[in-house]
Write a protein that binds this ligand. Sequence first.
Ligand SMILES: Nc1nc2c(ncn2[C@@H]2O[C@H](COP(=O)(O)OP(=O)(O)OP(=O)(O)O)[C@@H](O)[C@H]2O)c(=O)[nH]1
Ligand SMILES: [Mg+2]
Length: 249
Amino acid sequence: MIKQHTISLIMPCRNEGKALETVLKRLPEEIDEVIVVDNNSTDKTLDVAKRYGARIFKENRVNKYGIGYGYALQKGIGEAKGTIVICMDGDGSYPAKEIPRLAGKLIDKNLDFISCNRLPFKNPKKMSFIRATGVRILNIITWFLYGYKIKDSLSGMWVFRRHALEEIKLFEGGWNLSLEIKLKSFIHPKLNFSEEQISYRDRIFDISKQSLVRTGLEHVLYLFSFRIALLRVNRYGLGLTILPKSNSL
Ligand SMILES: Nc1nc2c(ncn2[C@@H]2O[C@H](COP(=O)(O)OP(=O)(O)OP(=O)(O)O)[C@@H](O)[C@H]2O)c(=O)[nH]1
Ligand SMILES: [Mg+2]
């Protein structure tokens, strides 16, 4: 609990048993609820989550590339009970210890959504050059297409008010959910969106299975297709809850 707000932490996991244990061991006591959404794990992820008292959900839907990251997060967000929700990877790369500070900022600054910015990526051990360059390219495309100077378009850690997400519908089942949730938050006329700097490091166990080129291209395609959809559908965009007719915005 932070300043009368209950805190839910959601982590999508696939075969993160080792890293998840390290994360769960050191969670700040202000977190009221931990949700682990498993997707086809074959390791000890579920056992670890159970041992540390997390609420566990299984969401086995995957997209055409076999990725269920977005589906898992949609499931977790739908189940969260806290008034403030944090989503982050379960691989130990994001700083759980910064959650109280970030939630405090959300409350004090009256924000609805904070996307946690990992930049600048100065230390190659913290993020590989190719990944950092990819993020920068996506930032520029986002700026060019949406007019918003985002600092980290692909951050996987967000802190938001649960009611804010009721304004938004999410559809992406794979990696694009990370872009979708930010785009729909910062273009939404009723939501206060901001970015906050955090510390970051590459995953703490196992080698990365991320397919950087394919995922990067998928992200570029998504940025363009969502922009075109916005132009075609209405000012507020495909997938956003349509504002009430009486709203003059
Ligand atoms: N539920 C679910 N979680 C997934 C899936 N794929 C990845 N994850 C989890 O989503 C988070 C982000 O995935 P990562 O594999 O760390 O992706 P990344 O950070 O781009 O790449 P690396 O850390 O370099 O491997 C991690 O907690 C994963 O366990 C999936 O298909 N379903
Ligand atoms: Mg990772």
